[in-house]
Design a binder for this molecule. Structure first.
Ligand code: CDP
Length: 238
């Protein structure tokens, strides 16, 4: 049988991990350094929760939230407003860049992410986008469910205290009133829902490379991942 022998770089890179483990920041830099596209699947689940809240659909109404997810149009485009944003997030053509980061969305995104129909709709879309390759995909279930055949799988982790400190700094920078204890409780609440749901729970794939980022700077984590990418060789096809 013909062997695939000549790829020298992983074309699909999955980066999973819990809330505030650094995925979004690190994933965007890694993609930029490799000149790859990047897909932050958290934005898609946030968009579902945000649109439900904006349009008065009850978060508990699984059927209505699923229907909304199936029709949702989410775009991530270069920033058009100079207000600290990295990019524009458009939901059904409306700018919702900051709304998807609100406390209300933080408080309901994990609930909508449990619904199997929502996950099916998002997973289909994510696979379609990733099929073009040369992409870094960030999420909770990318290495396990969305792209089980990803060329490279990384799982970023950090203690709840370190993650809460990072998230608190982000929130304070946006003038959101929060304290450390409240941030820890919020992250713990999402960790529990994300890890215990029946479909596609937050979990490291068996073949993922684990990186604990507690004592590492963003640059150190990026360097580690880029070294792994450099040393990557494609496993021979059977
Ligand atoms: O940015 P942060 O780490 O807080 O979270 P996120 O990556 O934006 O994801 C927000 C939420 O979406 C998570 O807590 C999960 O409930 C859900 N999510 C998911 O279920 N599956 C994914 N692949 C990505 C996010």
């Amino acid at each position: 049988m013909k062997k695939e022998c000549c790829e020298t770089k992983p074309s699909t890179i999955a980066i999973d991990g819990p809330a505030a483990s650094g995925k979004s920041t690190i994933g965007a830099i890694v993609a930029d350094r490799l000149a790859y596209v990047w897909l932050d699947t958290g934005i898609m689940y946030r968009a579902v929760a945000c649109e439900a809240l904006e349009t008065g659909v009850s978060i508990d109404d699984e059927k209505a939230v699923t229907q909304l997810a199936e029709k949702l149009d989410v775009d991530v485009l270069p920033a058009t407003v100079n207000d600290g944003r990295q990019f524009d997030v458009l939901i059904n053509n409306k700018d919702r860049t900051w709304e998807i980061r609100s406390n209300e969305v933080n408080g309901s995104v994990s609930e909508v992410s449990v619904y199997p129909g929502v996950r099916v709709a998002m997973t289909e879309l994510q696979r379609k986008i990733a099929s073009k390759g040369d992409i870094v995909v960030l999420g909770r279930d990318i290495g396990t469910v969305v792209l089980p055949n990803a060329d490279l799988k990384i799982y970023l982790d950090a203690s709840i205290e370190v993650r809460a400190q990072r998230r608190l700094l982000e929130e304070l920078a946006r003038a959101n009133q929060l304290d450390l204890q409240k941030t820890i409780e919020m992250l713990r609440h999402r960790d529990v829902i994300d890890s215990s749901r029946e479909h596609a729970p937050l979990k490291a794939a068996d073949d993922a490379i684990l990186i604990n980022t507690d004592n590492l700077t963003i640059d150190e984590v990026v360097d580690k991942i880029l070294k792994i990418v450099q040393n990557w060789t494609k496993k021979e096809a059977n």
